[in-house]
Design a protein around this ligand. Structure first.
Ligand code: HEC
Ligand code: HEC
Length: 275
């Protein structure tokens, strides 16, 4: 009973805080007519960095202070360390990541030519890790996975996000978009309720941003560690008391593709810092 009461108390508390947010939602949601109509026009896109504070911006801007750089350094070691059946490192095949990986992360999620599956950058790294390097894949959300992702994604710093939704990617995009606009959880809110109708408003200690994905993996001060986009999405699902989908699940991959399409042109920021 105590547990149930605690949960409903917590829900009531969030509910009260969200009331102001929900009341601000117009009766007719600005739900786009055509599936490629942009609710937030391209010239009004803003990185989440714009909604953090001075302190967070200063941390992210300084590579010596940015805690995410510890994962980048670990990732660089992995890049250069031989592993797998043939004793090859990532560098043996890909050379200097600064050139070979430049702009790669900005194109993901993408349909993989070999498997015809939609892969995000983590899954693509793992496909090469197990398929080309013949070494055991990195476990989801492990320190090594976050480190190699931070290292690869950092090579797309300043590169505009630009994914394809053509061909086989299209159905993933449509599913991701439907997921985005579906109300869910005890709070009965969609992603758009917060990130399209209420960005710029306060929610507890945070200012709601447009929910853009151009910064991952992030060092989040609340976590005191690094986390992937999927970890962040789980935190949002938890916030509205909706079903927590696992990291790497098809639903989160689809919504990741929609988010990347929606963020077209925003520049890569990994490793970023967030509250
Ligand atoms: C034995 C050689 C080999 C090794 C070792 C290897 N790769 Fe690859 N990798 C390839 C090949 C071949 C491809 C597919 C062709 C391409 O797109 O460059 C590829 C593709 C990739 C891609 C997708 C590139 C793109 O443009 O979409 C990424 C990312 C990647 N590898 C990361 C890694 C990482 C990280 C490691 C080490 C953990 C690694 N690879 C180890 C051979 C290798
Ligand atoms: C109740 C409001 C709320 C809902 C609903 C919500 N989020 Fe969030 N989300 C937040 C808050 C608060 C943060 C942290 C501050 C920020 O960046 O907005 C956040 C952060 C994010 C970020 C990281 C932004 C960055 O710059 O690092 C992404 C991406 C995101 N949300 C996507 C989603 C998606 C996709 C959904 C739907 C599954 C969703 N959110 C639902 C409140 C919400």
């Amino acid at each position: 009973m105590a547990r149930g009461a605690a949960v409903s108390l917590a829900v009531a508390r969030i509910g009260a805080a969200l009331l102001a947010v929900a009341c601000a939602v117009p009766a007719t949601l600005a739900y786009a007519q055509s599936s490629t109509t942009r609710v937030i026009p391209l010239d009004q896109l803003k990185s989440g960095l714009a909604y953090t504070g001075e302190d967070v911006r200063a941390l992210q801007a300084d590579d010596f202070a940015n805690p995410g750089m510890l994962w980048v350094e670990r990732g660089e070691k992995i890049w250069n360390t031989p592993a797998g059946a043939d004793g090859k490192s990532c560098a043996s095949c890909h050379g200097d990541a600064k050139s070979s990986m430049k702009g790669v992360a900005a194109r993901y999620p993408a349909i993989d030519a070999k498997s015809k599956q939609l892969l995000n950058i983590e899954a693509r790294i793992n496909a090469s890790r197990s398929g080309d390097q013949k070494a055991p894949a990195f476990a989801p959300e492990s320190e090594d996975m976050l480190a190699i992702t931070a290292y690869v994604n950092m090579q797309s710093r300043g590169v505009p996000v630009g994914v394809s939704i053509d061909g086989a990617a299209r159905e993933h995009f449509e599913r991701g978009r439907a997921f985005y606009y579906t109300r869910r959880g005890q709070m009965n809110m969609s992603c758009a309720t917060c990130h399209e109708q209420n960005f710029g408003k306060r929610l507890f200690a945070e200012t709601i941003s447009q929910g853009q994905p151009n910064d991952f993996p992030i060092y989040r001060l609340e976590w005191q560690t690094m986390g992937s986009l999927h970890r962040r999405l789980r935190a949002c699902l938890y916030g509205v008391r909706a079903e927590l989908l696992p990291v790497g699940s098809p639903e989160l991959l689809d919504v990741e593709l929609f988010l990347a399409w929606r963020a077209q042109g925003l520049k890569g920021e990994a490793p970023a810092v967030r509250r």
